[in-house]
Design a protein around this ligand. Structure first.
Ligand SMILES: Cc1cc2nc3c(=O)[nH]c(=O)nc-3n(C[C@H](O)[C@H](O)[C@H](O)COP(=O)(O)OP(=O)(O)OC[C@H]3O[C@@H](n4cnc5c(N)ncnc54)[C@H](O)[C@@H]3O)c2cc1C
Length: 407
């Protein structure tokens, strides 16, 4: 069907990618956003550097009700396909040794500028500061109600790329979810993900500001809910940093429940510490100094106190049982997690349109003909590290192509 007119709600990364893919296939595209600029949220990603994708982005990295849905989607547009598409637009990418990818410019603002220029070059009509208030399927096409007033516009296809509810100050507030529900979609409850965790930190208050690599295990009673490994920061309210934030969706799914976080302070340096202790075992070597060889300076006094060791304990005086207790404390320090810091501080939300109601080959709704979805509006969430932008690029590219080419 030539010259379809496609309306896209949301000029975030998913909506922008969808617009470019649809325009490339000859569709006429109109892109709406409440914000005054396109890609408003992109500007804050990666602390302004834009962690744009991840070399290891693959279906199994995501929390999604149907892994097969993601397999189909990533087979159509995965990490490599995205890098190639972004390179074509002028966004050149490098990756760190652990696979996190950034633009060579190290500038999220430059990424947003390039995308805005690409939209213009592709002839996409961009309508900013324009809120879509309603979505109404017609006998032919779909009508969008524009703003609060009487203005409407009817399109052959509509792509909903309105994001979730995370960081509402940047434009995505979840106002279209009730409308999607009224159209027949079952909306999975929206909850904060990739948010800092709140915890009872009385025991850890001296560690505020300390940042290190940890292994984390989250328990509900005896049941393991999740494990992560990565950087974490002790804060005045609990824990921040990727390792802690990657557990947020498991915490926010259990409101009002106190969970146990087990912190392994030695995920990468246990062997080095054991070797040092073995070498100095019979010398009057301060335990605090040995621990300081592999840990930030504020940690050894706290861990020794929790393990019941005197601050001036020496390796030659410590019993085997005392050293075993110290190691146990270092690898399984316990904290009580009380919740997350909520949508205001969340990088993404979980929940939204269930993937079972969407065709992964086109991102078309299985409920409303002519309606497609892309990005965070779908119930797919990845960990920190560029995975969520990758999902926006993947689903956006598929939705744009699907809407432009589908029957
Ligand atoms: C502080 C922060 C840092 C982040 N850092 C990273 C990172 O480094 N790497 C990474 O992979 N991910 C990161 N993320 C997550 C990433 O930004 C999101 O996964 C991504 O933006 C989702 O893209 P989207 O297009 O689906 O939604 P959004 O980017 O939220 O875009 C949706 C757009 O729709 C518009 N909209 C909503 N409703 C309407 C309506 N009714 N009418 C018109 N317009 C509407 C909104 O204004 C918004 O611009 C970060 C998020 C935050 C908040």
């Amino acid at each position: 069907m030539p010259h379809l007119h496609i309306g896209i709600v949301g000029a975030g990364p998913a909506g922008i990618m969808a617009a470019l893919e649809a325009a490339r296939r000859g569709a006429r595209v109109t892109l709406f956003d409440t914000n005054a600029v396109v890609g408003r949220k992109i500007l804050v990603t990666g602390n302004g550097r834009c962690n744009i994708t991840n070399v290891h982005a693959a279906p199994e990295k995501y929390a999604c009700a149907d892994p097969e849905f993601l397999r189909v989607a990533f087979a159509r547009c995965g990490h490599q396909g995205t890098v190639a598409r972004l390179r074509d637009l002028g966004i050149l990418i490098y990756s760190t040794p652990d696979g996190w990818c950034y633009p060579l410019s190290e500038s999220a603002a430059n990424v947003a500028e390039i995308l805005a220029a690409a939209l213009e070059l592709a002839g996409v009509e961009v309508r900013l500061q324009t809120k879509i208030a309603d979505i109404r399927p017609e006998r032919r096409g779909i009508t969008l109600a524009i703003g609060g007033g009487p203005h409407t516009q009817t399109f052959d296809r509509v792509i909903v790329a309105c994001g979730g509810k995370a960081y509402p100050a940047l434009g995505s507030r979840g106002d279209l979810f009730p409308i999607l529900e009224s159209l027949g979609h079952r909306i999975v409850p929206i909850r904060p993900a990739l948010a800092p965790l709140t915890a009872d930190i009385r025991r850890f208050h001296k560690l505020q500001g300390v940042r290190l690599d940890v292994g984390l295990t989250l328990y509900e009673g005896d049941r393991v809910l999740g494990r992560t490994i990565g950087n974490m920061m002790f804060t005045e309210y609990g824990f921040s940093g990727p390792a802690a934030m990657d557990l947020a969706h498991l915490v926010s799914a259990r409101p009002g429940t106190y969970l146990t976080l087990e912190i392994n302070l030695l995920p990468n340096v246990k062997v080095a510490l054991e070797e040092l202790i073995a070498r100095k075992r019979h010398e009057p070597f301060p335990v605090r100094v040995a621990l300081g060889a592999v840990l930030p300076p504020k940690i050894p006094p706290l861990v020794m106190s929790v393990a019941g060791m005197r601050p001036d304990a020496r390796l030659c005086d410590a019993s085997e049982a005392e050293l075993a207790r110290l190691m146990e404390t270092l690898t399984s320090l316990k904290a009580t997690v009380t919740g997350t810091r909520g949508f205001q501080f969340a990088q993404v939300s979980t929940g939204g349109v269930p993937v079972g109601e969407v065709d992964p080959a086109t991102m078309a709704s299985r409920i409303v003909p002519g309606l497609h979805f892309a990005g965070e509006v779908l119930d797919v969430v990845g960990p920190c590290g560029g995975y969520n932008l990758q999902w926006a690029w993947t689903s956006g590219a598929i939705a744009g192509a699907g809407a432009a080419e589908g029957e």
